[in-house]
Write a new protein. Structure first.
Length: 580
């Protein structure tokens, strides 16, 4: 009898013939399997147990020093037509990409075990979820996939039922930056990644599947795959509003997703649904519904502390994997911003010496199940998703961009998202702190032409009868001394509070050329009286600066040529006219 798993079985055989592993292990996701893999990695020195008293079942992984972040210049979308990938992606002709990858994969698993990792992105029983299978020769990848996705037997059972899954082939290869490629073949629902063991390059369920391939599928099927956190914000009356927010890498999603309200706001509570990826579907009532396809956090360590993100610290007390952090003398994980303590060893295992730079790598990360987070809500397992009241875009901009503004309507909101820009961070290799356009925080992750993506976003103006409102925030304004003007973190709730009041038609706004801003007195700033004049700066609209910004946005959109929807160009013209 033929089974729906035959396709999977024959692909696994085909990959084994190409890569020549010593053994094949089908992952079931059990606790016993986890322990076996951990023991193997500890024996090989790939995992170092951390202090069992303070951090039971936690491990440190030190990656190859040249393999610490996503590699956007080595990431390709391989569609038949280059225009389908668009100027926002690196493109390679599929046959050429296949030849290149086949040559790299040939015999690469000799002496290694090949792991077959079935996984489900999203609640196992949700119609919105999608399955994949990652084949990898890295047990570290398996251990991370087990936390980040619903991995193992239940996913395999769903694949057997549906017969449809995204194929991902990964090998760490030689960890040689010269032999490193992350290839996507959206037309074949195929991902091939070689030469890196780092998160976004190697955990193929995450950015490769849940964003690049899924965004392609979402466009064909009428939904959205986004680089967004999802949170529920409960007010003192007990009502919860869900919002989704897109900020570029290392720009505050995890922190906003786990926000603890300031002491001035008793009765408020923030519930975490997701911290990085959001799949949005039009629901039966004409609203937009969100699921988090992931089941864990792969979060930035530096800057995380009891003061800035207590929920993250409380999540990380046990069963966590730390990658490229430093350690204290008593073998606890440590990073810049965690405490005033002195680390003993840096991320490369050397005795700590400030002359060598930060003790923890600026892109050091933790992997941990979202279920351990004190603010986790079981709504994250709701197969129908949660209804979204507001969409928030945001970036890291030290000047010009106000603390918060609201788009005039959906079309203007799409322009606001498409126009986003942010200072680059250590999440990807390359220069840090350079302002670049990052539409909807999807520049590194949209699996197709941004011009078509903007059109797809616009189409939801018709698809939905109850549209979420769209906002833009910026927590990162700085004063002349380079200090942040806004306290950020827990105090960001005050901005969310205004956003929700807007959604409920409870508060007014000032109309400006760039959108609607809160009046000073509309923001609940009790306890922040010391901010003084900073508030005025945070809420000012510098028309001259925005004229320049609008011109740059115009040039950016023109870079996508005629494919840019005329509606978006008209929206931009209206913005430019309002700024005259
Ligand atoms: P990815 O996982 O790369 O997609 O990043 P992310 O968007 O989840 O970023 P994350 O929340 O991990 O924050 C990245 C860095 O920004 C950390 O060092 C945080 O401490 C810092 N950060 C987050 N929120 C704020 C804020 O409101 N104000 C300031 N000043 N820094 C913040
Ligand atoms: C990001 O870079 O946006 C991340 C980390 O969330 S990674 O999984 O490496 O993409
Ligand atoms: Mn991310």
């Amino acid at each position: 009898m033929t089974s729906r798993l035959d396709v999977l079985n024959s692909w696994v055989q085909e990959v084994a013939q190409l890569t020549k592993p010593d053994a094949i292990h089908w992952c079931e996701g059990s606790e016993a399997e986890r322990r076996e893999l951990e023991a193997l990695m500890v024996e090989r020195g790939e995992l170092l147990p951390l202090n069992p008293q303070t951090h039971p079942d936690c491990f440190l992984h030190r990656s190859h020093p040249s393999d610490v972040a996503r590699v956007e210049h080595l990431t390709f979308v391989c569609t038949r037509h280059a225009d389908d990938a668009g100027p926002n992606n690196h493109w390679m002709e599929p046959a050429q990409a296949h030849a290149k990858m086949d040559a790299l994969f040939a015999g690469c698993m000799r002496g290694r075990t090949m792991y077959v990792v079935p996984y489900c992105m999203g609640p196992i029983d949700s119609p919105y979820s999608r399955c994949g299978v990652e084949i990898t020769d890295s047990p570290y990848v398996v251990a991370n996939m087990r936390i980040m996705t619903r991995m193992g037997s239940p996913a395999l059972a769903r694949i057997e039922r549906e017969g449809r899954f995204v194929r991902g082939l990964h090998s760490i290869g030689e960890l040689d930056p010269e032999r490193r490629f992350i290839m996507h073949f959206p037309e074949e629902l195929l991902i091939q990644s070689y030469g890196s063991g780092y998160g976004g390059n190697a955990l193929l369920g995450k950015k490769c599947h849940a964003l690049r391939i899924a965004s392609w599928q979402a466009r064909e099927e009428g939904w959205l795959a986004e680089h967004m956190l999802i949170v529920g914000i409960q007010n003192p009356e007990g009502q919860t509003h869900y919002v989704a927010a897109a900020f570029p890498s290392a720009c505050g999603k995890t922190n906003l997703a786990m926000l603890i309200p300031p002491e001035t706001h008793p009765g408020w509570k923030v519930w975490t649904v997701g911290d990085d990826i959001c799949w949005l579907h039009p629901g039966p009532d004409g609203r937009l519904y969100a699921i988090n396809p992931e089941s864990g956090f792969f979060g930035v360590a530096p800057g995380t502390s009891r003061k800035t993100n207590r929920n993250a610290i409380d999540t990380l007390g046990h069963d966590a994997i730390f990658t490229n952090v430093a350690v204290t003398a008593d073998n606890r994980p440590w990073w810049e911003g965690l405490s005033d303590e002195h680390p003993a060893k840096d991320w490369q295992g050397r005795d700590f010496d400030p002359a060598n730079g930060p003790a923890a790598h600026p892109n050091s990360r933790f992997t941990v199940s979202m279920r351990q987070c004190p603010s986790f809500t079981p709504e994250a397992d709701n197969p129908r998703g949660v209804p979204i009241s507001a969409i928030i875009f945001g970036g890291r901009r030290e000047s010009l961009v106000p603390l918060v503004f609201e788009a005039r309507d959906w079309k203007h909101g799409v322009l606001v998202g498409a126009s986003m820009a942010s200072e680059t961070t250590a999440a990807a290799t390359g220069a840090v702190g350079v302002v670049r356009r990052d539409s909807m925080a999807m520049k590194p992750f949209c699996g197709y032409n941004f011009a078509d993506y903007f059109g797809h976003w616009l189409s939801f103006g018709e698809r939905l009868t109850r549209l979420p409102r769209i906002f833009h925030v910026n927590w990162f304004r700085k004063d002349a001394d380079g200090k942040f003007l806004w306290p950020g973190f827990g105090d960001n709730l005050r901005v969310l509070q205004w956003i929700i009041a807007r959604c409920k038609h409870e508060v007014g706004a000032v109309e400006t050329p760039i959108g609607h801003l809160p009046r000073h007195e509309d923001l609940d700033l009790r306890g922040l009286e010391h901010l003084g004049e900073a508030v005025g700066k945070l809420l000012a609209v510098d028309t001259k600066g925005w004229r320049r910004e609008a011109d740059e946005i115009g040039e950016y959109l023109a870079g996508f040529g005629d494919r840019v929807p005329s509606e978006l160009r008209e929206e931009h013209s209206r913005l430019r006219a309002r700024l005259c």
